[in-house]
Design a binder for this molecule. Structure first.
Ligand code: NAP
Length: 414
């Protein structure tokens, strides 16, 4: 095992091994976690308790996680004198799978988002956001139970690549002058400039993950969501590369919408998954009005960021939306929400999104039974109307619990 400058490794526990591209998970894997900024300190400790209790119950003490605290954000600044210590990146690489609370990004301060940095440094190119209704959660939809989709958002490219210069900077001025001279492009002198790179390699590896996920989880539809009607050579290319990839690598198990109508009169044949595409704006409408038409959505970075939060709102909001950032092997599980600073330190935030992210992580480890116990206990707790403030304010007759009380109620219901 590698040496770490400041981390205290747990006494017992082993590393997850990788053989022939597959994870070999021991009974006591060392898994790193980042507590997170803001409400991170409220939701992370009770989440670890829920995960531990579910694992204990599912495997009668035969399995256990050896947690390793690693640092990022304000706690890292305090403990290690920097926001993202090398130890943190090294530990996630070494132990392969980790859990993470939210991290703050001050707006417009020139400070690069730690979340984006983590994703880029670790090559976590797929952001996975399952959006599924938990019965009992207040929802603005008439039939929220129809929402059961998984969003695969590209994580490393697009306008999020961080290639931008502020208005009036020497770089922006130089670029504007060059574009004008070389390509006769007119851009106002006082413009800030951002670059939107989207590659065939980056798009295809994301779409490959989405299609593979659909096939592994018996999902019948993968939608490529893009804004290719306007941004033809980035978003439009994403669509083109998606169809190409499906034809090159998955032709025996997928069909396109064209083929569906030409050959099968619109009826999806057994054993095939449909690959279709939709423009981003209409997708927002359809996900709201006809959610059952979507199962897996693969989309570039910015579209995916917006859609993840919008879709989460349909099933109860950010407090209940889990997620993961995944590379070829490395995976970082984290909620969709941020640090919710106005609720920090008050023991009132909803830990559901982080708990469900943990349940997804258990699924990834192959510890499905423990993940299912958590999902069921959580649903039972919500049906009992024992909920945190965010859900209580929308539910009649609910008992408002603190973060830690809510976690205890889930443990009771395991
Ligand atoms: P946010 O932290 O997600 O919070 C927005 C609002 O959503 C909260 O004020 C709260 O609404 C509700 N909310 C979020 N999480 C909740 C929870 N667990 N329980 C109950 N309610 C919850 O978004 P933000 O205010 O835009 O961002 C704050 C900071 O987080 C920023 O620095 C941002 O960059 C960062 N961020 C980090 C991540 C990440 O780490 N992956 C993701 C997004 C944002 P009410 O107050 O109305 O109840």
């Amino acid at each position: 095992m590698s040496a770490f400058a400041k981390l205290q490794l747990p006494d017992r526990g082993e590393k997850i091994a990788v053989k022939a591209g597959r994870l070999q998970v021991p009974n006591r894997p060392i898994l790193p976690f980042i507590e997170g900024d803001g409400i991170g300190r409220d939701i992370t400790p009770p989440t670890l308790k829920v995960l531990d209790a579910a694992i204990k119950k599912a495997y009668k003490g035969q399995r256990e996680i050896a947690w390793l605290e690693i640092y990022a954000g304000a706690k890292a600044q305090k403990e290690c004198g920097e926001l993202l210590p090398q130890d943190t990146l090294k530990a996630i690489r070494e132990f392969t799978i980790a859990l993470k609370g939210p991290l703050e990004t001050p707006i417009g301060s020139g400070f690069r988002s730690l979340n984006v940095t983590l994703r880029q440094e670790l090559e976590l190119y797929a952001c996975i956001r399952p959006v599924r209704y938990i019965p009992g959660v207040p929802s603005p939809l008439k039939r929220p139970e129809e929402v059961n989709l998984v969003i695969f958002r590209e994580n490393t490219e697009d306008v999020y690549a961080g290639i931008e210069w502020s208005a009036g900077s020497p770089e922006a001025r130089k670029l504007i002058a060059w574009l004008k001279k070389e390509f006769s492009v007119q851009i106002r002198e006082d413009s800030g400039i951002g670059i939107k790179p989207m590659s065939e390699y980056g798009s295809k590896r994301l779409i490959r993950k989405a299609i593979q996920y659909a096939l592994d989880h018996r999902r019948r539809r993968v939608t490529l969501m893009h804004k290719g009607n306007i941004m033809k050579y980035t978003e439009g290319a994403f669509r083109k590369w998606g169809y190409e990839l499906a034809a090159e690598e998955f032709s025996d198990r997928t069909i396109t919408e064209d083929e569906l109508w030409k050959k099968y009169d619109g009826k999806l044949p057994d054993g095939k998954t449909l690959i279709n595409d939709r423009i981003a704006d209409i997708t927002f409408q359809h996900v709201l009005l006809r959610p059952s038409e979507f199962e897996v959505i693969a989309t570039p970075n910015l579209n995916g960021d917006y859609l993840s939060d919008a879709a989460a709102a349909q099933v109860g909001g950010l407090g209940v939306a889990p997620g993961a950032n995944i590379g070829d092997l490395t995976a970082l599980y984290e909620p969709t929400h941020g640090t919710a600073p106005s609720h920090a330190g008050k023991n009132e935030a909803n830990p559901t999104a982080l708990i469900l992210s943990g349940a997804l992580m258990l699924d990834h480890l192959g510890w499905r039974e423990a993940g299912e116990l958590i999902q069921n206990a959580l649903a039972r707790t919500i049906q009992q109307k024992r909920v945190t403030y965010d859900l209580a304010r929308q539910m009649e007759g609910a008992k408002r619990l603190s973060t830690s009380e809510f976690a205890e109620a889930i443990i009771e219901n395991l």
